[in-house]
Design a protein around this ligand. Sequence first.
Ligand SMILES: Cc1cc2nc3c(=O)[nH]c(=O)nc-3n(C[C@H](O)[C@H](O)[C@H](O)COP(=O)(O)O)c2cc1C
Length: 360
Amino acid sequence: MSTVAELFEPLQLRDLRIPNRVWMSPMCTYSAEDGFPSDFHLSHYASRAAGGAGLVMIEATGVRPEGRITPWCLGLWSDEQIPAFRRLADAITAGGAVPAVQLAHAGRKAASNRPWKGGGALPPGDGWPVVGPSAQPFPGHPEPAPLDREQIAGVVASFAAAARRALRAGFQVAEIHAAHGYLLSSFLSPASNHRDDEYGGSLANRARIVLEVIDAVRAVWPDELPVFLRISTTDWITEDTRHDRRGWTVEDSVELARLAGEHGVDLIDASSGGVEPAPVPDRRDYQTALAARVRDEAKVTVGAVGRITEPGWAEELLTTGQADAVFLGRALLRDPSWPNHAAVALGATPRFLEQYGYAV
Ligand SMILES: Cc1cc2nc3c(=O)[nH]c(=O)nc-3n(C[C@H](O)[C@H](O)[C@H](O)COP(=O)(O)O)c2cc1C
């Protein structure tokens, strides 16, 4: 490994060489129509690739229409959507980054409004019926209809079908969204999963749908290409929060990460929270410390995320063995060229498009 900056060293996952370790975290832009990406998405993602990110992850993309967080979220539930996604994958690749997409089902938090319109559940009539592991609603949202076994199998099949479409569109990484209280995450946490069948109760049962989705995606995703899993390493539910049921803990995450690795997941994208409203510690390392624990104890490859804004600290997360890569969220919204600026700050070589590189 170079002594200049580990952030700008490639990461090999299966046969895929990701050119550096500064990656764009999936972030909804609530700007799609019927799930189709628009010119806004094209310029948004292309400029983050041009700014030097090693991997650009497209925001949460519904595997079914009713699995979208909002009516303005992206979707890959139809073959007709493939060409518009191909434009995104091609533009990201042309910018020098690896194109990745996050496949998602919003579960009981679906049918919401855009955050800049106040967020929360859409008024009845504007949204659609939501589903979940059990009838417990997310606070302020309608009661979800519990999925039966046949419907669970349908959701699993939809993840695989969406992955197949993502592959046809040219994406090289598929990320399964099992974080933030959305459908898969709501099965994982005892706070939201009150089932007493084989999809509830023990950790093995609560994780069953996630492992089924991983297996189904892996069955259609080439062996040469990686699959990521985003998890909430904790849902921050403690005895102090309003819940009488325990939440999902970092110990659970270590176990899930191990199982996910056995099922063919190549990287754990270690986020947190979202299952219930709960206070989050006000510390820079609130989330990265949990990523480090999962990496250390489960012996898996981990991407850290959350409040990473300083190049020096991002580099330290890698050099101290807390993460293998960093995902940037809001820092990349503020500055699409954050990776190139960080490269300069750390003495590494920025990556310019050839249209710019000869001139600057
Ligand atoms: C506007 C916005 C949209 C987001 N949308 C998603 C999403 O689609 N999928 C997801 O897993 N996380 C989503 N997140 C969470 C981010 O990926 C990231 O984990 C979080 O913002 C913390 O990183 P940061 O401190 O670098 O912003 C979103 C965050 C923001 C700010």
